[in-house]
Design a binder for this molecule. Sequence first.
Ligand code: NAD
Length: 334
Amino acid sequence: MKVAVCSTQPYDRESLQAANAAFGQQLVFFEERLSTKTIALFAGYPVLCAFVNDRLDAEVLQALSDQGLRLVALRCAGFNNVDIEATQRLGICVARVPAYSPHSVAEHTLALMLALNRKTHRAYNRIRDGNFSLHGLLGFELRGRTVGIIGTGRIGQAVAEILRGFGCNLLAYDIAQNPACSALGVNYVGLDALYRDSDIITLHCPLNQQTRHLIDAAALARMRRGVMLLNTSRGAVVDTAAVIGALKSGQVGYLGMDVYEQEGDLFFRNLSEQVIQDDIFERLLTFPNVLITGHQGFFTTEALASIAATTLENIRNFEQGGQCQNEVTRALLR
Ligand code: NAD
């Protein structure tokens, strides 16, 4: 089938082309992101292969449906950027890659946690500057600390498995308990208890109506003073303005984020020659105890190969049966 692939970087093209040797789809690559401004570029394709910051709202979907769009093949797990009501009304199938490598994101979460704790990001710069002082680099042992995991699906479970090895006490909150996590010794509690008792809180829930700004000023005030907060899920689960207030007051002692509410305007591009206009993001960069990565949790060779293969498999399934493998159904919209 003719597939318009949006928001592609060279590494996307490489992994999709390599996997496509076994599928033979007609892939047409675009660097551009899909938005109301770029609809014309993507018109006329029966299949659209989209990524996390492509915006598939009702206006975009209506326009592309009028031009023959039948399948949106997301090459990611989250689908918060797609108006699912609109796709169902228009008869457009949406497929995703529900699991490619939860370990990639889980391990990146640990990388942020360990770097923030031992201040590796600051030590790296100091040593290069000939500054061998240890002042300000004091860390703490993870062993015996309490980590609260919000969302214990595939990634949350992988994080729990790793942290078990570090000797952490594990608390979790989820709307559905995962028996594999309970078997690991994870203790499911309410959000209040998780906020109150956790030294570190890590977010692994999807972005939806219930979780948008789950971490707001009120939630932050209920956490332990000096808490470490990690977000590798979706940016808007955290109210960034509120977290800046909490960083200024010391209520949040460490912030690690791989995702950001307004990341669509920034991430996956080289903007080093430009003046960044996002003052909230720029304020975050001024804190010594904030570590930001640009949505790279998924970015491993294993995950890219798996994403490409599952995406092409989803397209082939649709082509052969008119049905979506890994379809985003109403049941997933909680
Ligand atoms: P998953 O569907 O396996 O798990 C999500 C868990 O969140 C489920 O257990 C679900 O019950 C729980 N949940 C749903 N609503 C909740 C709520 N209101 N409160 C608490 N828990 C709730 O998903 P996953 O594969 O583990 O991925 C988790 C999230 O990580 C994804 O939704 C995506 O947004 C994000 N992600 C980020 C990257 C990255 O590169 N940083 C890569 C992949 C996924």
